[in-house]
Unconditional design. Structure first.
Lengths: 99, 415
């Protein structure tokens, strides 16, 4: 997530972009954010497969065969809620962003 | 600054030719235009200047007005001085790009020979074409005669390119009534007075900070960081960019006045204070408000009525965007009856656009005058002195309490 965004007096005029695309965080668009309850999660990885923005990351053990857990990359998660919808054990809750 | 009027010569020019001469003296980098009556003479004459080698302008013949404005957007984004001209349906076809030009802060100048919008097809004067684009973020000036058109086109470039403004400017004048009517026009003898002395040489795009570096706000390949114009701008920044634009168009108010004054020092010609042009308003009890060429006829009627002892005056609005509401409030503070004359349609609206804004401005006054609206001259319908006299007499009747005020009336139309 970006820090506080600059105001109209601070940014260049004419809609000229002043950040590179790497610095522009689409996660800022989010209204609801997915929060994963690690205790309920059964590591099925459906959320990782369904995420349209590749924003659900998986932590693997050193063998690379066993998922230790999933977490959200909030820089790029736009808050679509597909992960929460697809989760078979309702381990993902959509929580209103506070900004 | 000392007033030092520069040498000028008199030429017989119609309004369109006056625009072409102004463009010749400015020598824009790019002119892209598509012919449409009553603007066509502008680009015809200008293309002759190009062919004769009097200007080094890149003249782009395009396939539509949408393309004309798009070419101007490209030219201005590249850092050039761009000019075009159109009218009526051509202006409507440009509409999409008008908003883009203003939001990308491109100081394009455009001449509009005001014409009725089809249909039914009509090539003659009214202001409906300009009124349809009054919210596009352009600075809008309305001229009364060919001389003012020449002067205003030159001023428009300086207004547009002011760093506090950086917005496109539209210079309006009545189609046929001005565009095709020849009059004596004073033009500068030496074009370099306009190009070098007044405009200060070629356009210099402003500098901005981008990624820690100073760059030119243009598509200049020599910029240390590339500048992108017109990318996606969503709810996280669009409003901020609009805010900058809203401030810029208000800034244009002062800049129009300053540039008008600076130009007056070179030319010796003034149009009121640059934003409004009052006539016999000082002691007036009754005022009429109008734009374009009709005020010329109105002054004739006012002189006639003044001789009869009627205290009537005229307020010509020269700057329509940004709307000079403060000047209008001050100018009309002491009048009792105001008649606003719109040469534009008001489909489904309470009144014509000029009426609505004038009336809204006057709401600020504690003791408000009666403000009524007259719609006239649609599609080039003749607007003779007798018609105005009848309307002005009605305003006198409202002032004397013998006629009840009304919201709007359509004059010069057959029952």
């Amino acid at each position: 997530m970006s820090d506080k965004k600059p105001g109209w007096k601070e940014i260049p005029i004419a809609g000229v972009p002043f950040l590179s695309s790497l610095e522009y965080k689409t996660g800022d668009w989010r209204v609801f954010k997915p929060v994963i309850d690690d205790n309920k999660c059964i590591r099925c990885l459906l959320c990782n497969i369904y995420c349209p923005d590749m924003a659900i990351k998986v932590g693997w053990d050193e063998t690379g065969n066993k998922a230790l857990g999933v977490f959200v990359d909030y820089d790029y998660c736009k808050g679509c809620g597909i992960c929460a919808d697809i989760c078979p054990v309702k381990a993902i809750e959509m929580v209103k962003e506070e900004r | 600054m000392r007033e030092e009027i520069v040498e000028q010569e008199e030429r017989l020019l119609n309004g369109d030719e006056a625009v072409a001469w102004a463009a010749y003296h400015v020598e824009p980098d790019v002119v892209a235009a598509y012919p449409i009556t009553p603007q066509t003479i502008i680009v015809e004459r200008f293309s002759e200047f190009v062919a004769d080698g009097l200007v080094r302008t890149e003249f782009v013949s395009v396939e539509s007005e949408h393309s004309a404005m798009s070419a101007c957007v490209g030219a201005a984004a590249a850092g050039g001085r761009a000019f075009t001209a159109t009218a009526a349906n051509g202006l409507q076809l440009m509409n999409e790009i008008l908003y883009i030009a203003s939001s990308l802060r491109l100081p394009i100048v455009m001449a509009i020979a005001n014409r009725a919008v089809s249909g039914p097809i009509n090539i003659h004067c009214d202001h409906t074409d300009a009124m349809n684009v009054r919210d596009a973020g352009w600075v809008m000036l309305f001229c009364e005669d060919a001389q003012e058109v020449y002067d205003t086109i030159i001023q428009a470039f300086k207004i547009a390119e002011n760093p506090k403004v950086l917005l496109p400017v539209m210079v309006n004048f009545d189609g046929f009534l001005i565009s095709h009517t020849a009059q004596k026009v004073k033009v500068f003898k030496d074009p370099s007075v306009v190009r070098e002395k007044f405009l200060g040489g070629p356009r210099k795009p402003v500098k901005i900070k981008l990624m820690g570096k100073e760059v030119e706000l243009s598509l200049n390949p020599k910029n240390p960081v590339p500048v992108t114009f017109g990318p996606l701008d969503l709810y996280d920044y669009y409003y901020e960019h609009k805010m900058q634009q809203l401030v810029a168009i208000q800034n244009a108010y002062d800049v129009v006045k300053e540039v008008h004054e600076e130009y007056a020092k070179l030319s010796g010609r003034r149009y009121g204070n640059g934003v409004i042009v009052p006539y016999k308003l000082d002691d007036a009890e009754i005022a009429v408000v109008a734009m374009g060429s009709a005020p010329g006829t109105m002054r004739y009627v006012i002189d006639e009525m003044r001789e009869e002892g009627i205290k009537i005056g005229l307020l010509r609005v020269r700057l329509f965007r940004p709307f000079p509401y403060k000047d209008i409030i001050e100018a009309l503070r002491n009048v009792k009856v105001v008649g606003v004359f719109d040469r534009a349609q008001n489909q489904g609206m309470m009144g014509g656009p000029l009426f609505l804004e004038t009336r809204a401005a006057l709401y600020e006054l504690e003791s408000r005058p009666e403000v009524v609206n007259y719609i006239f001259g649609l599609g080039g319908r003749d607007a003779p002195p007798e018609m105005f006299r009848e309307a002005f007499d009605e305003l006198v009747g409202i002032y004397r309490g013998t006629i009840s005020p009304f919201i709007r009336k359509y004059i010069g139309v057959r029952e």
